[in-house]
Design a protein around this ligand. Structure first.
Ligand SMILES: Cc1ncc(COP(=O)(O)O)c(C=O)c1O
Length: 423
């Protein structure tokens, strides 16, 4: 029997702040409760995972008889992979196709690690990050664990940035003496988690202008994790890397090969316009792990060299469109919209973002959440996705992992609970 010695440990402030992440609890629930259908975790589709492409890459590596991929790699990431990532990004942002681009890339253990590195070198407890509304809840939990305050960029009823309200919010922060505490801006700009919304070019431009007008030329982190996952039309907005309005800002563009290729290989990446910021993140990465899994990077290098990312994307884009339609059509057919629920049909990403009737509480400990678990279906409570002052009646449903019949059944179970929830 292990002895519980934890009462004798004096933890650091960061250790004291550490709380179990909600995402882990949701993932465990999906695995542990028999028969539960999870529309919660942002897993990708299991059956389309690219085993054949990975197998071919591993075979090739074995045939080369080069043992280097089985050795530690470099802290910044494999140079060839970084050049391939530069080519991939240049498909989106042709202006970035310079010969030095790969030097501004770094490869991480998922883009999640890059988010952590970025915040670790920028923020002290008590500092502020401006975040989109709603936003990626795992990132919000990370900020909380760091003692960093998330302040929302206000939105209007349609979900677009509300620039009058933003102006007022920034004025209030500055008047309260908080200007120097605002250390960064973060947003998920393409098929966002959780809202599936894309920031429109004009919104993105105006955001830069408003921040600049308030003398807030702070580091900006654009999280483009879902940019590649459009259903049929590529999103039109350039990233902050390709917009002149953002040129004065230190910019970190983050994306990943997990969602569009394989989550299990857990390789993400960043492109940073600021050498100093990049250097500090790399030093810190050296302390974390001095390099992401070299073998996984070597496999991806082979896959990208063969065009395997494009092949996989061509396969999963229509698949996710179909899965979205399955869930969307099921909840419509079962009467969710008639029961006062609203949502926008997404054009990419992995999520339906629902607004329930006013007054409904969908939080983790709510009667509604309990009723859903009882009915055998799990969702992400929307209130987790707000930096501050979030509404209680939002829900994120993920259509990524379940396949056709399970998705239909989960949609039916969810709608039954939603329809019977009297508000
Ligand atoms: C918006 C967003 N950013 C970053 C991540 C991290 O992804 P990964 O670490 O797999 O690259 C996720 C994962 O769900 C996400 O939804």
């Amino acid at each position: 029997m292990p002895t519980d010695t934890s009462r004798r440990i004096a933890f650091s402030a960061a250790g004291e702040r550490a709380e179990p992440p909600t995402i882990a609890a949701l993932m465990n629930a999906a695995l542990e409760i028999p028969g539960l259908l999870s529309l919660a975790a942002g897993f990708t589709d299991n059956r389309s995972l690219p085993m054949a492409a990975v197998q071919a890459a591993v075979n090739e590596l074995a045939e080369l008889r080069d043992l280097e991929p089985l050795q530690y790699g470099t802290n910044q990431g494999r140079p060839v992979l970084r050049r391939q990532l530069a080519t991939h990004l240049a498909n989106w942002e042709p202006g970035l196709a310079d010969a030095e681009a790969d030097k501004r890339f770094f490869v991480t253990n998922g883009s999640q690690q890059a988010l952590y590195l970025a915040m670790q070198v920028l923020c002290e407890p008590g500092d502020i990050v401006l975040v989109d509304r709603p936003t990626y809840f795992v990132y919000l939990e990370m900020l909380r664990a760091m003692g960093v305050r998330a302040v929302s960029l206000p939105i209007d009823d349609a979900g677009s940035l509300d620039f009058d309200a933003l102006d007022a919010r920034l004025r209030a922060l500055i008047a309260a003496g908080e200007q120097a505490r605002i250390r960064a801006v973060y947003f998920v700009s393409y098929f966002s988690n959780p809202s599936s919304r894309c920031l429109q070019p004009e919104e993105k431009r105006r955001l830069a202008t408003v921040l600049q007008a308030h003398d807030l030329v702070v580091p900006v982190v654009e999280d483009a994790a879902y940019r590649d996952l459009y259903f049929s039309e590529p999103p039109k907005a350039p990233s902050v890397l390709g917009m002149p309005e953002w040129v004065e800002f230190p910019r970190l563009y983050l994306s990943t090969l997990t969602k569009p290729f394989s989550t299990g290989l857990k390789i993400g990446y960043g492109y940073c316009t600021d050498q100093d910021w990049l250097g500090r993140m790399l030093h810190t990465k050296g302390h974390h792990d001095f390099g992401s899994a070299n073998f996984n990077q070597a496999v991806l290098e082979r896959v990208l060299a063969k065009g395997g990312l494009g092949v996989q994307l061509a396969k999963i884009r229509p698949l996710y469109a179909e899965k979205m339609t399955t869930l969307h059509d099921t909840v419509i057919a079962e009467g969710l919209a008639d029961a006062g629920w609203h949502w926008q049909r997404p054009d990419g990403g992995l999520y339906l973002w629902l607004r329930g009737p006013a007054g409904l509480d969908t939080g983790l400990n709510s009667a509604f959440c309990e009723a859903c678990i009882e009915a055998g279906v799990l969702y992400v409570p929307g209130d987790l996705c707000y930096g501050d002052d979030g509404p209680k009646n939002r829900i994120r449903l993920s259509f990524g992992v379940l396949s056709g019949d399970a998705l239909r059944e989960a949609g039916r179970r969810f709608t039954r609970v939603a329809r019977s929830a009297g508000v």
